[in-house]
Design a protein around this ligand. Structure first.
Ligand code: ADP
Ligand code: MG
Length: 246
């Protein structure tokens, strides 16, 4: 039985961001491979570089645990946008920036805060990229996840975070797999037209990994590495836990 968690503080929140950096480093090749199938193969490097810059900042700033979560997310967005390029760089950067506004001045995240946090990230992604569900992008995981958070938390106000993220990783994984049969309508992959059908979207995969890292960190683990995937569709076959050093 997992421990019930109803709130997380700045320290734990930073740990999640650091673990996301770790997760993207561990899965950089996989994400590049996915992007190589339908794009230019730089997605893993891009997103990895962005989150490592965030991690470096968190390690540098000694006062980070005293900062409110809005400030942490704001700083993270600024770092990310400085180094992460491609279509996804500004997109994820703006998602972090919009999320930061919902947490302004708050030193704790409560389950309820995830409603605004996820819906603001979704709004940012849609506003900047113009993608809708079905276009084979980040939105294909983010939209159903944001919807699920709202639905679940409004219905079950005292749900704990571990239970919530357990539901979210299922929704994310199911919708991630749906991107395989989609035809890309945004970004570089859209140039492939019909040939983009049959491959899992790298951006949507990154969203799944982010949600998954939240869940694993809440459970005292670091995250996962995809150790086996389908060489035809890119679908995840086998995952392993990243080693925890603590
Ligand atoms: P590119 O190489 O095409 O400039 P990246 O490799 O950085 O971009 O990112 C590719 C990922 O970005 C895609 O897998 C997709 O999920 C996401 N993406 C691309 N365009 C959009 C968009 N308009 N809205 C949301 N996500 C997008
Ligand atoms: Mg690319």
């Amino acid at each position: 039985m997992n421990e019930k968690i109803y709130s997380i503080d700045s320290k734990k929140f930073c740990e999640i961001l650091m673990n996301i950096a770790e997760c993207f480093s561990a899965n950089e090749e996989y994400l590049n491979w996915l992007d190589g199938q339908i794009g230019d193969g730089d997605f893993g490097t891009n997103v990895g570089r962005g989150f490592r810059k965030i991690r470096d900042l968190l390690l540098q700033r000694k006062d980070v645990e005293q900062l409110d979560i809005g400030t942490i997310l704001h700083e993270a967005a600024m770092q990310f946008m400085q180094v992460s390029g491609g279509a996804s760089g500004p997109l994820i950067g703006m998602m972090l920036l919009e999320a930061s506004k919902t947490m302004k001045g708050k030193k704790m995240v409560y389950v309820n805060d995830f409603i605004d946090m996820f819906s603001s990230m979704l709004r940012a992604a849609k506003l900047i990229g113009g993608a809708e569900v079905g276009d084979k992008t980040i939105v294909d995981v983010l939209q159903p996840v944001a919807d699920e958070v709202k639905k679940v938390v409004e219905k079950e106000k005292d749900i704990d975070m571990v239970k919530l993220f357990e539901l979210l990783i299922q929704v994310a994984r199911m919708n991630l797999e749906k991107t395989i049969s989609m035809r890309a309508r945004k970004g570089r992959a859209s140039y492939l037209g019909e040939r983009s059908v049959g491959k899992q979207d790298p951006g949507a995969t990154a969203m799944y990994l982010i949600i998954r890292t939240f869940y694993e960190t809440l459970n005292g683990r670091k995250g996962i590495k995809i150790v086996e995937y389908s060489k035809s569709t890119g679908a995840i076959i086998r995952e392993e836990y990243l080693a925890t050093t603590k």
